[in-house]
Structure formats: C-alpha cells, structure tokens
Design a protein around this ligand. Structure first.
Ligand code: DPP
Ligand code: ZN
Length: 876
C-alpha cells in the first residue's frame, strides 16, 4: 500500500449530488446498481477525469446519462475506475453496475453474510467493495436505497433513514425503499436483510417528536435486548439534557450480528452491532458486559451528532469523531454510575492499553499525518487519548465555556466534514483563550513525563514546587516541544485538611489547576502554615506519567484525606505499584519478597471503610496487573519474575487481611433477584475481590469450588471459574467446573467465549498447549472474530507468562495464527498482532525470540497491507 499524507489533502474534482442504489441480493451474485449524479467543481480543469475507488469489484455495466459508456472513455484497474470526457459544468449521471459475492466475503468489509443475514460494514473504506465510488468522508450525499431479495429468507429489508415503501414481486422476491434525507459520507451507509426478531419501543424527543426504536436480534433472543433498549433510551435523553442534541429521524434501528470486526458501527439510523454488545441477561452476562453494553450503545448513538451530522474531512481527523464520542460516552457512564469508579476504570484502561502503545514502535499522534492502512489507526491512542484531550479542553475552559464551545461547534459545522483545527477554533472563539500550545497534544506522540519536587520554607510559609516536563521521542518525532499540561493538584496539611494559598506565582493557576506550559517552571504557594503534602493529577486530568519522590506516609495521608476520591485510589495504587516493582527486583535477585506495612495498612483501611462505596473499595483491592508492573519497569522485563512477585505480594496481603476479607465476603453477599445496577455490581465486585484474596491465601480449591456452586449469576460464576482455573489449573474441581460450565452454556457462543478466555489466561508456560487444544474444540471457529479474539487474542494480549514463554513458542504460535488469519480477515490479523507492541521492553532472550517471530511474519509472501504495515513498524 501507498503512504497517504495529510498534507496532500485536496477536495474532490467532482461534487456528488445524489446517490440511488439498487441491490438485488443473492448470496453469490448480488447485483448493485449505483446511479450517481455529479458536477465538476468550479475551477477544476475541464479535462480532469472522474476517479472512483473500487476494491475487488466486478464491473458489469457503465452508463453515462443512461447511455452506454464507450470503452475508450474509461479504464478499470484493481482499485479505481477512471472516466474521461465528462461535461465541463453541467450535472451528469453515471450508472455503475457491479457484482459481488457476500457469502465469500470473509474480510467482513463491504457487503457480507453472517448467519444467513446480509449486512454491511463500510468504515473506513468498505463502501468501495460495494460499488465504484468517491469513497472518502468529505463526500456527503443524500441516498435512496432500493433492496430486492428473496422474501422467504429475507423478510426484513433495512437501510439508513426513513422507510419509503415496499411490495411483493411476482417471483417470490420483494423490495423495500429507504430514503435518508441527511447528507452523509459513504462510510455511514448500511444495509441489512434477513430474517430477524425485533424488540420495539419508542422515544419522545424533547421537542415532542416520536421516534420508533427497534433492536433486531436472532429470533428468540428478543428478551436479551431489554437492557440495550433501556440504555438506548437513557442515552437519547442524556444527549438532549447534557449536550442539547436531539435525534433527527423517525426511526432508530440497531441490528446485532455475530460476525463483526469491531464492537459496533454508527451507520446513520441503522447501527450494526457485534451481538456481544447487545445481548444480556443475568444468567449469561457479567456486570462488565452490562456496563460495556450501556457504554457502546451510548457511544454509537452519540455519533449521530459527533461523527454523522458533523463528520471528518479525511481519515487523519478520526479522533475528531472518536475521541470526542468516547469522551461523551465516558461522561454518560459517569452520570449513570459512580463518577469516581468510572474514572478509575478509564485510567486503568488508558494506562494498560494506550500508554504502552504510546511508548512503543506503534506510537503515533492522536491526529496522525500519514498512514499506509487506515484500519490500523482505530487505536487506543485515537480513541482513548483522543478522549483525554477533549477532557483537558473541558478542564482548561471549565464547564460553562466548554459547553459554549461545544454549542458553537454544533452550530457552526452541522452538515460539514471538518478538522481538528475547526474543532479547537470553536473553543478558542467561545472562550477567547489561545489553544495553540494545547493543540500540540494532537500532534506530538508519546506520554509526557512530569517530574515534580517541592520544598517548604517554614520562615516564609511558602511552598515552592519545581516542575519539569518532557515528551519522549517516538517514531518519526525525535524532538518535542513543551505542552500545555493542566495539572490538577492540592496541598494537604498534616491533619488532612487542604491548604489554601494566599497567593500563587510562577504559573497560571485556575481553581486547583496549575497550567504547566514551559519545560521547567517553578510555582510558589504563599501562606502555607506547615509542610504540605502535594497531591498531583487529581482526577487524572492530564494523561501523563508523573515522577515524584513521596514517602509511604505522605501517600497514606493522601489515601486517607484527599477530597478527590480518584486521588485517594491513585495514591494507594502507586504505593502498590512501587511495592510490586521492588518485589520483582527481589525475585530476580532471588531475595525474599517483602510487602510494606504501609501498603497493607492502606489497602485494608480503605477496604474496611464503609463510608466508601463498595465498587471503589474493590478497585483499591485490585492490584496493578502484571502488564502494569512491566510498563512501570519499562525495560529488560521478565514476565515470570513479575508474576512470581505479584503472587507473593498477593499472598502476603491475603494473610494479613484474612479477617477483613472473610468479613467482606459475608457483608457484601446480596440476596434477592439479580439486578445489573451499579450499586449491586459494586457489591459483587468487592465481594469477589475479597474472595480472591481468600482463595490465593489458601492451598486448597474448596472456597472457589463453593463459590462456583453457589453462584446464581454470570458475574459470580465466571469469577469463581477464573479463580479456580488460574489458582488451581489442574485440580479436579477445576476440571469438573470447566466441563460443567461448557455443558451448561454450549448453545451460547458469547458465554463459550468467556470459557475460552478464562483458560487462555491461565498463567504459566503450559497454557500454550491448552490453547492449541482448544482450537480443535468444536465450539472454536477460526472464521468468527469473537471466537478468535477470545482464545488467540486473549492469550496474546492478556497472558504475560504463557505468551512470553522463555523458549519463544508463544511468539511462533502467534506468527502461525497471524499468517493463517490474514488471508481471510486482514483487519483481525493486524489487530491481534499488535499484542506484540511492547516486545522491545522484554529481556534479551525473549526479545530476540519475539523479533525472529516478527521477521518470520514480515518475510511471508502475500501479506495484507494491514499486517505488513504493523509488522514493519514493529521491526523498525
Ligand atoms: N464503529 C466504530 C466506533 O464507533 C468505528 N466508528 O468506534
Ligand atoms: Zn466510535
């Protein structure tokens, strides 16, 4: 693939006015007729040809104003249809007819079949697999879609917009027509045809319009769409109340399909979802599943304004819609649940997924300037870091001006395809604040490091804070400029109260935000009566790494008294991380592992504090993961040592806290029917955290077996099974529980995915053989992305000791899988390959083995653009 550069952007030569599509659906021979009305853009040379994108298409007809196009006037190549001799300024019509085979489309891009349902996925460049088209997001047009299909197998015919009408035909087929009045880019096109059940409801908008809501699922699964429907209605209401955004069509549809590369897709009026993020009931879905469904239903719905009504000028601007929409769904979940607990979960996710990406060979700016394969830029940097940037704008501007900026964005750019610069300009206009330096966050990759040190002058009653920032070099960017970092912080006095400075000098300070804008800055707080303990980065307002010398006692003070609960969790988590890093060194030097008294004390005090909500206490008890520890260590990592160290610390905590954990398991036990609300979920989470310490503190599997037997919902059941499998992988009780779980849920692929994932994450070298054996299980299906992700993906991403076996077998296994998946589904292969993104931070022997495996992939013939782009960047 060619490298695409942001600086090469220019508008199309021809303006697309209207699109009329007619699909005659057939599993192997679907005929697509596209009637496209264009005119030449003013100022474009009269000899410029019309170039339309295509991918794996069979062209069977080409008309110009309904007349056959002479062969001398067009060329077809592998990826383009070029038409010459077109009118200088008058509008004209091009009719393109193509043939496709949905059934053999294993890439799951364009039009494909899943469980006998026709469906589409067009983002980013899938529409060109349906017809020749100017397939780019700045080409907005109004679409009419006619669908013709066999009525018996496809009684349901859906597309974007509003239903126009339909009728039976004489040959057993029928048709339906849809019209979408909102101009849209081709990536938001959708079509679904098949035989599905439906859950129905309605929503009355703020201005009193009635919107029909429909969620289509496999027949018989309608009751499992109840929670998704509830989440949808809450999302629609929230967007009206918080962002002033109303829905704009008469109908909103969601279709759940079982083969899908992404989580879901925000097609105008017709969202298509991975069924994993729609279907839920207490017996089969965990609390995490419910929370994900709520978040993703909301995310896709919110795209209707941030993405659809206002879209991206080009794919470099992907964060314009994704970062902003993730920010919106985070705020929604925070309002639906506990804001603090939600923030902790977000930060854990950001640090475990985005920080490693930003520190490795795949690092790229939130707004990149070049790509070879756009599918590889649907990254945690674009999404999660992109969201953090929007959050920082909100922090810098504060609530009212942020809202004013958002309102201006919606007003100024509705119906347009715009850029990050346009977005930022709205906040500058609304606030009068210069955000030029802040914009560097979009352009400079890498996680900034802020180093802080303070000194107290008792005579002058001043606290002087020295701050230094640096952004590490990343691929293609060696030197970085200082950024505008909004550092939220407080100064705690010895009694836990917060010091109020009489004046601050050296940096702009607004409320509790210090605006760090220079490489080195000194901030002086006056009127501080005694030596304060600074608490940095409240709410994780800035996505940075922070380096600060702080004693365990100071951290404990923050953990007990900070007004910002997130900062309390952060203090304890940092204490735990420091201890785990130290313990890893002890393991590698063959010294006994020590667990600090302050850590034990801090964790148990918070766990027992019933003024704190259970979900928060559960987060406190959940230690940093093995990959968190590896990231903190940063280089020469030995996953076995990290695992051993973490186990040792866990056991020490289990011993010290046995009474607390036993009591919590009892106190947090719920009675009555399962309810998926955040409060109940929090109690289950705390109970399970406490239970896991008891199980890790015991040599026998009974406690976990009993928990497995007693569980009456999927959260508790899968948690108990995980404990059993991870702590006692070969115990009889584990073997039985695994077999029983599989028997009980044999007809539910989404639950079997949990069964695969639990086994794929069993620590230790022997899990590779287990994973290989599971690939021959009849429930495994190498063609289904959810199955592949649960088994192969989970093993590579989430099993540090199993995957990073010292002998390199884990990497060789992955290489083989990648080469096997790639010809069928390049997007999936490339995504799973990114699990190796931190290979350079491994110790020498493992890093060498990892490199050989990557080189083996790189040397394979006929690699997709997706995989070769990832593997080459990883080896660079
Ligand atoms: N459907 C994916 C998302 O919403 C890509 N747009 O993030
Ligand atoms: Zn999105």
């Amino acid at each position: 693939g060619q490298i695409v550069h942001l600086e090469d952007y220019r508008p199309t030569d021809f303006v697309l006015e209207r699109v009329d599509l007619t699909f005659e659906l057939d599993p192997r021979e679907t005929k697509v007729e596209a009637r496209l009305i264009f005119h030449r853009r003013e100022g474009v040379s009269p000899s410029a040809p019309l170039v339309l994108d295509g991918d794996e298409l069979t062209l069977t007809g080409l008309l110009f104003d309904q007349e056959e196009m002479p062969a001398t006037l067009y060329d077809v190549s592998a990826d383009a249809l070029t038409i010459r001799g077109l009118p200088e300024s008058a509008p004209f019509e091009i009719t393109v007819t193509t043939l496709l085979s949905p059934e053999t489309n294993t890439q799951l891009m364009g039009l494909y079949r899943t469980s006998n349902v026709y469906c589409t996925q067009c983002e980013a460049e899938g529409f060109r697999r349906i017809t020749y088209f100017p397939d780019r997001p700045d080409v907005l047009a109004v679409y009419t879609v006619n669908i013709i299909a066999d009525k018996a197998t496809a009684p349901l015919l859906l597309s974007n917009g509003n239903y126009l009408g339909g009728a039976d035909m004489s040959d057993g087929r029928h048709f339906a027509s849809w019209f979408d009045p909102h101009p849209k880019p081709s990536y938001l096109f959708a079509l679904v045809a098949g035989d599905l059940g439906v859950a129905e409801d309605k929503f009355i908008t703020a201005s009193g319009r009635e919107v029909a809501l429909r969620i289509y699922v496999e027949h018989g699964k309608e009751p499992r769409a109840t929670y998704a429907m509830d989440a949808l209605k809450r999302a629609m209401k929230w967007d009206e109340e918080v962002f002033g955004r109303e829905y704009d069509l008469d109908i909103f549809m969601i279709v759940a399909v079982s083969d899908f590369n992404m989580g879901a897709m925000e097609n105008k009026g017709l969202n298509i979802f991975n069924d994993k993020y729609v279907l839920a009931d207490p017996e089969t879905a965990t609390d995490a599943d419910y929370a994900n469904i709520e978040a993703i239903i909301a995310h896709e719905y919110f795209h209707n304004w941030t993405g659809n009504r206002i879209t991206c000028r080009d794919w470099f601007q992907l964060c314009l819609k994704e970062g902003l929409t993730v920010y919106r769904d985070h705020e929604f979940s925070a309002d639906m649940r506990s804001r603090t607990v939600k923030r902790i979960a977000e930060v854990r996710h950001l640090k475990s997924e985005q920080f490693p990406e930003d520190a490795g060979p795949l690092a790229h700016p939130v707004r990149p300037t070049q790509y070879r394969e756009i599918n590889n830029f649907y990254t945690t940097t674009v999404y999660e870091k992109g969201s953090e940037l929007t959050r920082m704008v909100a922090t810098i501007l504060e609530r009212d001006l942020f809202k004013k900026g958002m309102d201006l964005y919606f007003e100024r750019h509705d119906g347009q395809a715009v850029t990050i610069e346009d977005f930022i300009a709205c906040f500058e206009a609304a606030s009068g604040r210069d955000l030029k330096q802040f914009s560097l966050w979009y352009h400079q990759a890498g996680t900034p490091l802020v180093t802080a040190s303070g000194s107290y002058d008792a005579a002058k009653q001043t606290f002087t804070l020295s701050l230094e920032q640096s952004v590490p070099p990343t691929p293609g960017q060696s030197a970085k400029r200082p950024m505008h970092i909004p550092l939220r912080m407080g100064l705690l006095l010895g009694d836990g109260s917060e010091a109020v400075a009489t004046s601050v000098s050296g940096a702009e300070v607004t409320n509790d935000v210090v605006h760090l804008t220079e490489r080195r800055q000194t901030v002086v707080f006056s009127g501080i009566p005694s030596r304060p303990v600074p608490s940095f980065n409240r709410g994780f307002a800035a996505p940075i790494n922070l380096q600060v010398e702080q004693s365990a006692d100071d951290r404990a003070l923050i953990a007990r008294h900070e007004a910002d609960l997130f900062a309390r969790w952060q203090a304890l988590n940092t204490m735990a991380l420091d201890n785990l890093v130290k313990a890893t060194g002890q393991v590698r030097r063959a010294e006994p592992v020590t667990c600090d008294e302050a850590l034990v004390e801090g964790l148990l005090t918070a766990a027992e504090d019933d003024r704190l909500e259970p979900a928060f206490r559960s987060q406190v008890l959940s230690l940093p993961s093995e990959s968190d520890i590896a990231r903190e260590i940063g280089r020469d990592n030995d996953p076995d040592a990290i695992q051993a160290a973490r186990q040792a610390v866990l056991s020490a905590l289990a011993t010290s806290g046995r009474d607390t954990f036993t009591r919590l398991v009892g106190e947090m036990t719920l009675s009555g029917p399962f309810r998926p609300d955040a409060t109940s979920a929090g109690r289950r989470a705390l109970r399970n955290s406490a239970l896991s310490y008891l199980v890790y503190g015991d040599e026998r599997p009974e406690k976990a077996v009993n928990a497995f037997r007693a569980a009456n919902n999927m959260t508790d059941l899968s948690f108990a099974l995980t404990l059993l499998a991870h702590r006692f992988p070969f115990a009889e009780g584990t073997v039985e529980a695994l077999a029983e779980f599989k028997r009980r849920f044999a007809d539910n692929a989404l639950v079997i995915d949990k069964w695969f994932a639990i086994q794929a994450t069993i620590p230790g070298a022997s899990t590779l053989d287990r994973v290989k054996a599971l690939m021959s299980d009849p429930h495994f299906n190498a063609g289904n992305p959810n199955r592949v992700r649960s088994l192969v993906g989970t093993f590579a991403f989430s099993n540090p000791t199993g995957f990073n076996r010292a002998d390199g077998e884990g990497y060789r296994f992955l290489a083989k899988q990648i080469l096997d998946i790639d010809p069928r589904n390049p997007q999936l292969a490339a995504r799973i390959l990114t699990s190796m993104r931190s290979w350079r931070s491994l110790e020498r022997m493992r890093a060498d083995q990892a490199r050989y495996a990557l080189e083996e992939i790189a040397a394979a013939p006929n690699l997709s653009a997706d995989v070769s782009d990832i593997v080459e960047r990883m080896l660079q």
